[in-house]
Design a protein around this ligand. Structure first.
Ligand SMILES: O=P(O)(O)OC[C@H]1O[C@](O)(COP(=O)(O)O)[C@@H](O)[C@@H]1O
Ligand SMILES: [Mn+2]
Length: 643
């Protein structure tokens, strides 16, 4: 077997020299400082703000510019230059308009190309030449390499280089070169991106975020509860599907469903028009910049009610067929007194308001009307046949996992369900108990099974995806119950409370975090847990760094709806060879503002951890793989060439 494998490998490395060269190359990489990891989370459809963080590398781009040009450029010029690197196309247009004649513009081109070429070696100092070459714009590789590897020792070469730049300009290629160099710089500054969940829901452009991620050079994703909902819908879960439409209606984002993913909402609208009226509890949340007629708002309000009621009905049979989900308390439509318009929860009776129960049969409240059934069948068909959604969901499955162990850290969107004593909570599924890492592994297995068997809509795997959205022992939800029904229909706020898993206060303690790291076979002295999911209320003095630095909560706070409760726009994390840095972001106004005013509102940095010695590639996940490759190549060398 091994020999067969080595024979195969020998096809690629078909001479002794090739094997040796590759071994030398890989060993050199192992010795380089580790690349920069960038962690973001809770993007919630806020494409513009996310783009900004991605393009500025959470401040890393500007830091590199400042390192090199601090004695040469003013703060204002540094800002201008940084903006050019973030948004080269738009910034170039603004700059071109500033000049009255070509000569001035050409001088600016010469100066700018020179500065960009000086920045590249600094930004790529941690990479091999081959890796840098891969990051260069293809059509300019030759030109850039000529410019990059110049030395000023020979003055005649100087002339040669200035000639190259002049030629680029006179051939009308300067803009393209600058744009290419800008993207190269962005790419060099961050080696690998981690998206710690919640790409979808609340904000208007999750699809564009997905496209940006698909085009990104290196990343992984830890699914968030909102991503799971979309995966669930695509995998055949009608209750997940009802949820995504309900949330889109609530946040006035139905165009994501209709226009972006091409899902026909007409049948749902017809049903909504037939059974529902205006209702203040179901009015969509207003986006500041969205113009909408009263009629449109009314339509959304009706759709919102129609789909919410379908959702509540669809939950019931699942709760009944899966007793171990322990959700019988959530059979709320059975607890309503339809005559008195009241509900009794935990022995207490509350009046109901803003109800919209016209399609509910009080004797059998989980029964869908024939029309509701048909609507859901059509919607599911449409969802499962949306090409774009299929592409996005497949990418989520390909790059995503429920949790990730990476360079000694544990990345997870929500939590590890634990009880008040810090013990892993058990969920019994089909007579077998799971807890901790095993529980997360089985959740992921079910999710992948549901995704692979999308024609199944009521099997355990599909139900389990919904459990991940809302179940008490879900590692993504992290709360005891979701009080959606109460928030629509009961005014007493006490019923709205969603009790959190003890994880959320026990994670303040170092001991808890160490136990969890051990549960995942990670070294508790070295590792950290990196969480998203819960907005950090900086306003109330909450610290995102917990448990003596073992726990870092980086809810990106991109979601505008939540910014007033956090006081800032959230956090991102950087981890390079020197250690970890937490970056606090202020509210992102707009790309236009950045372009015109260089406003790039970053970033308090707090040192999370400082490496005593600079960390090298050899000490990383990537390094581990390289070492394996080197071992194989050494075997090949012995087997083939040193006999
Ligand atoms: O504020 P909204 O949109 O009504 O959503 C509230 C719901 O979202 C959740 O907070 C889950 O979403 P997050 O993952 O963003 O926290 C639920 O616990 C809660 O019921
Ligand atoms: Mn979340």
């Amino acid at each position: 077997m091994k020999e067969k494998f080595l024979d195969l490998l020998a096809q690629k490395y078909d001479s002794e020299e090739k094997v040796v060269t590759e071994i030398i190359n890989l060993e050199a990489i192992l010795d380089l400082p580790k690349g920069t990891e960038h962690f973001v989370s809770d993007l919630h459809g806020e494409y513009q703000a996310f783009q900004h963080v991605l393009r500025n590398g959470s401040g890393k781009v500007k830091e590199k510019i400042r390192d090199i040009f601090k004695d040469e450029l003013t703060e204002e010029e540094i800002n201008e230059f940084a903006t050019l690197i973030y948004y080269p196309e738009e910034k170039l247009q603004l700059i071109r308009n500033q000049f009255d004649n070509n000569q001035e513009l050409n001088e600016w081109y010469v100066k700018t190309i020179d500065q960009m070429i000086r920045l590249i070696p600094y930004a790529s100092s941690k990479y091999t030449r081959t890796k840098l070459r891969k990051a260069l714009p293809k059509q300019f590789i030759y030109v850039i390499e000529e410019l990059l590897y110049k030395t000023d020792e020979y003055t005649n070469k100087k002339h040669y280089y200035s000639k190259i730049v002049q030629k680029v300009i006179s051939l009308g290629q300067a803009d393209k070169l600058i744009i290419g160099l800008a993207y190269t710089t962005q790419q060099l500054v961050v080696d690998h991106l981690h998206v710690v969940g919640d790409i979808y829901d609340r904000g208007p452009e999750p699809d564009k975020i997905m496209e940006a991620l698909i085009n990104y050079h290196s990343l992984d994703i830890q699914w968030g509860n909102h991503d799971i909902l979309w995966i669930g819908a695509f995998s055949g879960s009608k209750v997940c599907l009802a949820n995504i439409i309900r949330i889109c209606a609530r946040y006035d984002n139905l165009d994501i469903i209709e226009d972006v993913y091409g899902i026909n909402l007409r049948p749902l609208l017809n049903l909504a028009e037939k059974y529902y009226e205006d209702n203040p509890a179901f009015r969509p949340k207003r986006h500041s910049n969205k113009q909408q007629s009263e009629e449109e708002q009314l339509q959304i309000t009706k759709i919102h009610q129609a789909i919410a009621m379908i959702q509540f009905k669809l939950e019931m049979p699942i709760i009944k067929r899966r007793p171990y989900f322990n959700m019988s308390k959530r059979l709320l439509l059975e607890k309503v007194d339809y005559e008195k318009n009241e509900i009794t929860i935990n022995g207490k009776t509350y009046p109901l308001e803003n109800t919209c129960f016209t399609t509910v049969n009080p004797d059998q409240p989980d029964e869908l009307l024939e029309e509701e059934k048909q609507v859901m069948d059509k919607l599911l068909f449409s969802v499962q046949h949306s090409e774009k959604l299929a592409r996005h969901m497949k990418f989520l499955l390909k790059k995503g996992t429920l949790y990730l162990k990476y360079n000694g850290n544990l990345l997870i969107h929500g939590c590890i369900p634990i009880d008040g004593n810090g013990n892993m909570e058990k969920l019994v599924i089909e007579n077998k108990a799971y807890a901790g890492r095993e529980l997360l592994d089985i959740f992921e297995q079910y999710l992948r099974h549901a995704f692979a068997n999308r024609e199944e809509t009521d099997d355990l795997a599909t139900d389990m995806v919904w459990y991940l959205w809302t179940g008490e022992y879900s590692s993504l939800f992290g709360k005891r119950e979701m009080t959606t029904f109460e928030r629509y229909f009961i005014s007493d706020k006490a019923t709205h409370k969603e009790r959190k898993n003890p994880y959320y206060y026990l994670r303040e303690k170092e001991e808890t975090c160490r136990n969890i790291l051990e549960e995942f076979d990670l070294d508790p002295d070295q590792g950290h847990i990196i969480n998203g999911h819960t907005p950090v209320k900086e306003i109330d003095g909450e610290n995102p760094i917990k448990a003596n630095g073992k726990m870092i909560v980086i809810d990106g706070g991109f979601s505008k709806a939540y910014q007033s409760t956090t006081g800032i726009a959230g956090y991102t994390l950087l981890y390079n060879s020197f250690g970890m840095q937490l970056v606090a972001h202020q509210h992102f106004s707009s790309k236009e503002d950045v372009l015109r005013n260089g406003n790039d509102v970053l970033s308090v940095r707090r040192l999370v951890d400082k490496e005593l010695e600079r960390k090298k590639v050899s000490e990383t996940n990537v390094g581990e793989k390289l070492i394996q490759e080197i071992n194989m190549l050494n075997s090949l060398l012995k087997y083939r060439y040193m006999k």
